[in-house]
Write a protein that binds this ligand. Structure first.
Ligand code: ZN
Length: 108
């Protein structure tokens, strides 16, 4: 310090990020609609792989309760790890303009 001539930079120490406390995750739907499931990029084999796994652009879900808070849906997710299979039923809320947010990663 100083790092640059005639500057007023100050070093500011910050705590290391703690993803479990401050993290979040989003994924632009166009990663699926305009890339993974687009025939335009089918040469990379990703669309074939996803379809082989049973996924398609029109997801499978079950309608749940509809009330003043919104429309609930559930989505089944099959996971396999170390040769063991488990089916999770995840809960989601449909928001305006098609956004869905997870209300429970393990419901039912
Ligand atoms: Zn500077």
């Amino acid at each position: 310090m100083p790092q640059h001539p005639n500057c007023h930079c100050k070093r500011l120490f910050i705590d290391a990020p703690v993803p479990s406390e401050t993290g979040g995750a989003t994924c632009d739907i166009r990663k699926f609609t305009e890339y993974l499931f687009s025939e335009k990029y089918s040469d990379n084999g990703k669309i074939r792989m996803f379809r082989m796994l049973g996924f398609d652009i029109n997801g499978e879900y079950k309608l749940g309760l509809l009330n003043e808070y919104g429309q609930r849906i559930s989505i089944e997710i099959d996971l396999t790890k170390n040769g063991r299979n488990i089916r999770l039923i995840t809960g989601w809320m449909v928001r305006p303009k098609g956004l869905i947010t997870c209300t429970t990663p393990l419901g039912g």
